[in-house]
Each structure stands twice: as structure tokens, then as C-alpha cells.
Design a protein around this ligand. Structure first.
Ligand code: HEC
Length: 103
């Protein structure tokens, strides 16, 4: 009985931890945005920046493709046909944070 109880507790903890990861940390995302992305996308992601387009509402899939791989998801029509944005693979673990901030 005790074993089942601890196994269920462990399961609940694992699910909760997984959910926390998947949800992303918007505050952390904002911190990265304000440090890196702001230079080209401007202080307000819902407006076009000095160099990059507005990116408010970008999906995690799109952010991942741009930030880690410097590409676009299959079938996605880019807002610009330039290729000026360099990838920032050092933020590979923060895609969900950026997505939470930009949503
Ligand atoms: C050096 C300038 C620069 C920086 C820094 C930059 N971007 Fe960009 N970004 C661009 C430009 C310019 C485009 C338009 C496509 C191109 O030319 O690469 C773009 C396009 C994008 C797009 C695709 C928009 C669309 O729907 O077509 C996303 C998403 C994006 N950037 C996210 C980010 C995030 C997140 C960061 C910060 C980690 C960031 N960018 C940092 C310049 C930049």
C-alpha cells in the first residue's frame, strides 16, 4: 500500500515537473528578449523593430527553428524574405520561455 502511495506521489511530481517545463517561464523569456532580441526586434515584440519584424504570437516551433537552427518550420511563410537573423543556439533550452513571453 505504502509503495503504491509513494509511486503515485512520484508520478504526480513527475507530471507536475514536466508541465512546469513545457509551460515555459515568461519572465525568463522576457529577460532573454530584452538582452538579445530587442536589438533588432525592438522593445515591443508586437511591433516591427529596427531590423526584424514583429514576433508577438510566434509559436514555439517557429521560435525554435529561427533561434536554434536559423531556419523556418516546414511550410511556414516567413514575414520577410531576408536572411539577416543569426541563430542563437545558446538559448536552445529557453525556447519555451521565449514562447511563453511572446504568446
Ligand atoms: C541581428 C538582428 C536580430 C536579432 C538579435 C534577433 N533577430 Fe529575429 N529576426 C531578425 C530579422 C532581420 C528577421 C527577418 C528574417 C531575416 O532576415 O532573418 C527575424 C525574424 C525572426 C522570426 C520570424 C518572424 C516571422 O514570422 O517570419 C522570429 C520568430 C524571430 N526573429 C525571433 C527572434 C528571437 C526570439 C530573438 C532573440 C533570441 C531574435 N529573433 C533575435 C533579426 C534579428
Amino acid at each position: 500500500m505504502k509503495l503504491i502511495a509513494s509511486a503515485s506521489l512520484l508520478l504526480i511530481l513527475l507530471v507536475a515537473a514536466n508541465y512546469a517545463l513545457a509551460a515555459g517561464d515568461a519572465a525568463k523569456g522576457k529577460q532573454i528578449y530584452d538582452t538579445i532580441c530587442v536589438a533588432c526586434h525592438g522593445p515591443d515584440p508586437s511591433k516591427d523593430g529596427p531590423l526584424g519584424p514583429s514576433i508577438k504570437g510566434s509559436s514555439a516551433e517557429l521560435i525554435k527553428a529561427r533561434v536554434i537552427l536559423g531556419k523556418y518550420p516546414d511550410g511556414y511563410k516567413p514575414k520577410r524574405d531576408t536572411a539577416m537573423m543569426p541563430p542563437f543556439p545558446q538559448y536552445k533550452d529557453n525556447i519555451d520561455d521565449l514562447a511563453a513571453f511572446l504568446k
